[in-house]
Design a protein around this ligand. Structure first.
Ligand code: DGY
Length: 326
């Protein structure tokens, strides 16, 4: 029997995942360790049965047209799938897989690290060592003052798997109150610190730290706009480790420049990569990371293997995707 043909859109996929694919499929791997250019994606996906892709590859109807009717399985090596036109794929009978669970801990750890880096100004403080700031000040009573978690109110927008993992990790920091806002109330067992389900408005008004962990959908797109930042405390620290699209970035720049909020820490932006000369890069109260939430060896290897299993699951009649979104 002829092996199904699949396209992998980057060359730097962990080898165990590629081996799984090679064992069962004829594998075409894009040579670059960067997003495949659209014209090459269109040319190389033509006639393929499966597509192994990433959050950097928007898969639109145009790409599906270029692939043709053979394409029946798409697997993204990411939890988020806002870059995929799921409705169109479902209409065309294409199965779509993603990689939840295996990166939850990694993203939660990074979110806590980003929160601490932002609230304690770690990147700014590190720069002081080489820019002469420390040499001049030596030690000062109000030098590099930050915001502490002890006794604070932490509000999480989106208490899904990753939001819950962040909640659990922050329970060791003597936080006074946890709030969360979501579309549904979550049932939390006793392994979690108590967290109150509140309206989005109340979360904004009362939280010292606002952590955005919701996924990007039509309901959440640009949710954090000027009105929302205006409703936050002037002392608030805003953290986003989900998707840049949840934030109206101009409104965030305004909020940071005017002191409407105290600081922001972002692992995700819009666009990605953020141009190096973007104004966010010039703001001392903004801590930026290049979308590294799940970048832990074990997590990325597990994501790659799960994505390979999903792709295979969608290609063979006697198999099933492990985590399908449609
Ligand atoms: C995901 O899996 O969606 C993450 O954003 C990748 O780090």
């Amino acid at each position: 029997m002829e092996k199904p043909k699949v396209l992998v859109t980057r060359c730097d996929v962990p080898e165990p995942a590629l081996k799984k694919l090679r064992d069962l499929c004829e594998v075409d791997i894009f040579e670059g360790a960067y997003p495949i250019p659209r014209d090459q994606l269109k040319a190389r996906v033509a006639g393929k049965d499966g597509l192994f892709c990433f959050l950097t590859d928007p898969i639109t109807p145009e790409i599906l047209d270029a692939a043709g009717s053979s394409l029946r399985s798409i697997s993204t090596m990411s939890v988020g799938y806002d870059h995929l036109d799921i409705e169109e794929m479902t209409k065309r009978g294409i199965k779509v897989g993603h990689t939840p669970f295996v990166s939850t801990d990694a993203v939660a750890e990074l979110t806590v690290a980003l929160l601490l880096a932002t609230s304690r100004r770690l990147l700014q403080a590190n720069a002081e060592i080489t820019n002469g700031g420390w040499a001049q000040c030596v030690w000062g009573p109000v030098y590099m003052l930050g915001k502490g978690l002890t006794g604070s109110t932490v509000g999480i927008f989106g208490l899904g798997r990753i939001g819950q993992a962040v909640l659990k990790r922050l329970s060791g920091f003597s936080v006074a109150k946890f709030l969360y806002a979501d579309f549904v109330e979550q049932k939390l067992d006793s392994s979690f610190p108590p967290a109150e389900f509140v309206s989005f408005e109340r979360l904004l008004q009362e939280s010292d730290f606002v952590i955005c962990m919701a996924s990007l959908t039509d309901q959440t797109r640009a949710k954090f706009n000027k009105e929302v930042f205006t409703a936050m405390k002037n002392s608030a620290v805003f953290i986003n480790a989900s998707r840049g699209g949840l934030v109206d970035q101009d409104a965030l720049v305004w909020a940071l420049q005017t002191g409407q909020i105290w600081a922001a820490g972002l692992d995700v932006m819009n666009p990605e990569p953020l141009p190096a000369d973007h104004v966010l890069n010039t703001l001392p109260n903004c801590t930026l990371l290049p979308h590294i939430g799940s970048s832990v060896e074990s997590a990325r290897f597990a994501m790659a293997e799960l994505a390979a299993d999903n792709l295979i699951g969608g290609l063979f009649k006697d198999k099933q995707m492990v985590h399908s979104v449609n």
